[in-house]
Design a protein around this ligand. Structure first.
Ligand code: GLV
Ligand code: MN
Ligand code: MN
Length: 397
């Protein structure tokens, strides 16, 4: 498993940001797809792509009631080596381990690789699993565009895929009997519990909102302060309001990690500023309350500066509570490993509304994730592979 991770350690290295930048259907992600296809094929797994750009590698004939594991190969901009790839390489290693044990699945077993889980290129998280389950309109998806103006449809065509087939895929969905995603933990829960592996209990409600401020582009030296309509001012207020609003709701988080002034010159008052809010809380009501407070602050600050603001909800997912029967069954099969919640979103969270779904977490010594310092000790990754193999054997017996 460590060797498999090492094999892809040169793909999508981002010298400017640090870490990895691997985004849906870009050069790096396509190279990883090829790598995965070769590794799966080498193991005698039959690899097929679905209509939504996801890959499926089958041990045995594809069929209903399958036990499916997997994750994603894309990253956030400047991300770590584990978020996504750990679940994919652990799945390959678990197949090796099951075979070494002489295990033959009593049900179809597959490894899935979901497209653009982070939304790092087209903005919508879990794009492949949202399309598969019908959680996003295919026309809307086809029109999504990256920062260079390339649409999802164009990117798929360039990758040799046909965007015409995008959309809810009941056939692929119906084949999943159970889905289990292994993932590096994105917090210190397992460190505090002293356990290398755990199962997921829930995911926070979360979403992404775009704030588009319009002001007046002008000269940074020649324009008196009283004459300005600078959209960067209300944008700055939103950054502060996000921290304030989330701080008032227990367990809530609100982040502005991306802001784009246009045209973006040091000596230019921006004409527009776009920023993206990522907000999360225990439930829908709390998340919506945090966002409403931030939107109100944005509207007030925009009006004070003679600017306008438009707010668009780009994606949203309510709280996910993973199937408690499956969760307890798997925790029991692993000798009573702990269950813990997460603030991170996953394809497993999207699938949980449609099929019995569970997650395994592997201890992360610092809890850092979505950053180059993301890490899991090789011994804990190995424990994750054994746990995944045990779970797959338990479900596919
Ligand atoms: C994905 O990792 C997310 O939580 O945004
Ligand atoms: Mn992630
Ligand atoms: Mn992930």
């Amino acid at each position: 498993m460590t060797e498999l991770l090492a094999e892809i350690a040169c793909v999508g290295v981002d010298a400017r940001r640090g870490g990895f930048s691997r985004h849906g259907f870009d050069h790096a992600e396509l190279e990883l797809r090829e790598w995965f296809t070769a590794e799966a094929t080498r193991r005698g797994l039959g690899v097929e792509g679905d209509r939504n750009g996801n890959l499926w590698a089958w041990w045995g004939e594809p069929g209903a009631g399958a036990v499916v594991t997997g994750s994603h190969l894309d990253s956030v901009p400047g991300g770590g080596a584990f978020d996504g790839p750990l679940g994919v390489v652990s799945a390959l290693a678990a197949v090796d381990l099951l075979r070494a044990r002489g295990f033959t699945p009593g049900k179809p077993l597959a490894i899935a690789v979901f497209a653009e889980e982070e939304g790092g290129r087209f903005g919508i998280a879990c794009l492949g699993s949202r399309l598969l389950t019908g959680a996003i309109d295919p026309d809307t998806a086809r029109r999504l565009s990256d920062s260079d103006g390339v649409s999802l449809a164009e990117a798929m065509r360039a990758a040799g895929l046909d965007p015409a087939g995008l959309g809810r895929d009941p056939d692929s969905l119906a084949r999943i009997g159970t889905f289990v995603e292994l993932h590096v933990e994105q917090g210190r829960g397992l460190v505090e519990l002293g356990a290398p592996v755990g199962v997921a209990s829930s995911i926070l409600a979360h979403g992404r909102w775009r704030f588009s401020f319009v002001g007046e582009g002008n000269h940074a030296g020649a324009t008196l302060l009283v004459d300005r309509r600078d959209p960067m001012l209300p944008a700055a207020q939103v950054v502060l309001a996000a921290r304030r609003a989330a701080g008032r709701v227990e367990g809530a988080r609100a982040t502005i990690g991306r802001i784009t002034p246009n045209p973006g010159g040091t000596n230019v008052i921006a004409s527009t500023v776009d920023l993206w809010l990522d907000a999360r809380a225990a439930d829908d009501v709390r998340t919506r309350a945090v966002v409403a407070e931030i939107v109100a602050a944005a509207e007030t600050a925009a009006a004070e500066e003679g600017c306008t603001v438009a707010v668009t909800e780009e994606s949203y997912g309510d709280t996910v509570v993973f199937d408690p029967t499956l969760r307890d069954d798997l925790a029991g099969a692993l000798g009573g490993v702990p269950a813990l919640p997460t603030g991170a979103g996953h394809d497993a969270g999207i699938l949980a509304g449609h099929v019995p779904t569970a997650m395994l977490f592997v201890r992360n010594p610092t809890g850092v994730s979505h950053a180059p310092a993301e890490f899991a000790e090789p011994a804990d990754c190995a424990a994750g592979v054994v746990a995944l193999a045990d779970v797959l054997a338990h479900l596919a017996r």
